[in-house]
Design a protein around this ligand. Sequence first.
Ligand SMILES: [Zn+2]
Ligand SMILES: [Zn+2]
Length: 305
Amino acid sequence: MSKAGTPRHDPVPIGEVAEPPFVRLPDPSRIFAERAERFAALANGHPLAPYLRFLSGLSAAQHRAQAGISAPELPPADAIARAREFGMPPLDRHRFTASSEFDATFDRLLQLAGEIEKPAAAAAALARVAGADPGRREAMIRNVLSDSIPAEALADHVYVAAAMQLHFVRLAAQLDDKKLVPVGDGACPACGAPPVSSMVVGWPRAHGTRFCACSLCGTLWNYVRIKCTICASTAGIAYQEIDGGPGTVKAETCDSCKSYVKILHQQKDPALEPVADDVASLGLDLLVRESGYRRGGVNPFLMGY
Ligand SMILES: [Zn+2]
Ligand SMILES: [Zn+2]
C-alpha cells in the first residue's frame, strides 16, 4: 500500500481547455450492456470470478428487461421546476411509488435473472425475492432507496437494487441536463443518492476532470479533484492503492469525515466502469479499512460492505 500526498494532475493536452459539463445523464441503451461486458472481463482470473460473472449476467438482464416495457414517466414539469428552485433533486428517491410499468419491469428482471448462471446463495435469494409478498417487496425497496440494506439480507437486495437502478436510470435519462443544479455534498443532482465511486475522465474538452457516478441513477456529476466527495473537505485528502497494481483504481481518503470513495482513472484505462470496477477492487476496501476509514461510496453489489 502506498500513500501519496498531493497527486500530480494529468496534463491537459496543449490547446485544449477543459470545460466539463456539470452532468452527463445515463444512456439506458448502453449503461447496463457496458457494465455487463466489464464485469465479464474483470471475472477472468479474479478470485471473485463466479460472483462477477453472476453480476455480468444480472447487468445484461437489466439491459434486456427494458425491451417492450415503456420507460417510467417523469414527475410533472412544475414539480421538477419547484425542486430546482429549492436545490432539491428532481427525482426524489424517498418519494418513489410503484407504477404498473415499474412492477412489470421488476417482474421481467426477476424472470430474466432466473435464466442466468449464479452461485447457490444468489439462486436461493432470487427465489425469496420472487416469492416476496407486496409488503416485503415494498420494505426491500425502501431499504435500497435509503441506503440501509440489512447485512443479513444482502443477497436478496441485490435484485431489488438492480430493479431500482433500472427504474431510476430510465427516469434520469429523460431529464434536461441543462436544468440540473447542485443539491448538496455527496448527493446526485438528479436523484439525491450518494456516489458509488468517482472517475477521472479522458473525454474531449474535459480531459483530466473528475465526475462522481451516482449509485442509483447512473448520472455523472462534475466534482473538482482532491476534495472529499462525501463532506467536501479539501484538507486531509490522501490516496491509497494496492502496491504493484496498475495505478488506475485508488481510494481517496478524507481525514475530516474519515471516509473514502474510490477514484477510477478512466483517462488511463477507458474500460473502467464505476460499478463493476468498484466491486472487483474489493481488496482495496480491505486495505483502506485497516487504516480506519469507512466506505463512503454506496454499492449494493459489493457483498458485505
Ligand atoms: Zn442519481
Ligand atoms: Zn470527508
